[in-house]
Design a protein around this ligand. Structure first.
Ligand code: GDP
Ligand code: MG
Length: 172
């Protein structure tokens, strides 16, 4: 069975742990410790193929750190998370995106999915669909709006990333 690893990155409090736990355990995490970092494993079947997926839920460090660099070096794919209810968290996604390209470099595409979380909190929404669509088109990256609470589009994120990783790291 193929093995892939993915790293979930983004500012603190955007919902990285809630997204990961919805996918892994199908529960909604409320008030999870933001400083806890954890790795999860799950076997996933996508397009009739089984893969072992390891997901590292990082503890949102806001600055460039040696730790981020280590994650980026060891990761095969990346989920860059911001909150639709907090426009400032988009900047961290762009920083991380640039850091990934700088560290991984090279001509090969890097598996990345951009995620805007908390889509259920419509009254608190700060990032408009048009704004983010313009950005991700410019970046050339896939994007999903998710709600870990309502389980909207969570699976889509991980499936998209696994498909990208399969292409990028073909079996030899
Ligand atoms: P992290 O620091 O990025 O891991 O963020 P957490 O996953 O711990 O989430 C921070 C807070 O946002 C917690 O209180 C979560 O319950 C809440 N949260 C996360 N995702 C969602 C969501 O999709 N909808 C709503 N309403 N709240 C969410
Ligand atoms: Mg967390």
């Amino acid at each position: 069975m193929r093995e892939f690893n993915a790293v979930v990155l983004g500012a603190g409090g955007v919902g990285k742990s809630a997204l990961t736990c919805r996918f892994i355990r199908n529960v909604f995490l409320e008030g999870y410790d933001p400083t806890i970092e954890e790795a999860y494993r799950r076997i996933v079947e996508i397009d009739g193929q089984m893969s072992q997926l390891e997901i590292l839920d990082t503890a949102g460090a806001e600055q460039f750190t040696a730790i981020n660099e280590f994650y980026i070096k060891s990761g095969m794919g990346f989920i860059l998370v911001f909150s639709l209810t907090q426009e400032s968290t988009l900047r961290e996604v762009d920083n991380l995106r640039q850091q990934i390209y700088r560290i991984k470099g090279g001509p090969d595409p890097i598996p990345i999915v951009v995620v805007g979380t908390k889509s259920d909190l419509t009254a608190e929404r700060e990032v408009q669909r048009a704004t983010i669509e313009k950005l991700v088109n410019h970046w050339g990256l896939p994007f999903y709006e998710t709600s870990a609470k309502k389980n909207w589009h969570v699976t889509d994120v991980f499936e998209n990333l696994v498909r990208q990783m399969r292409e990028r790291y073909p079996e030899d």
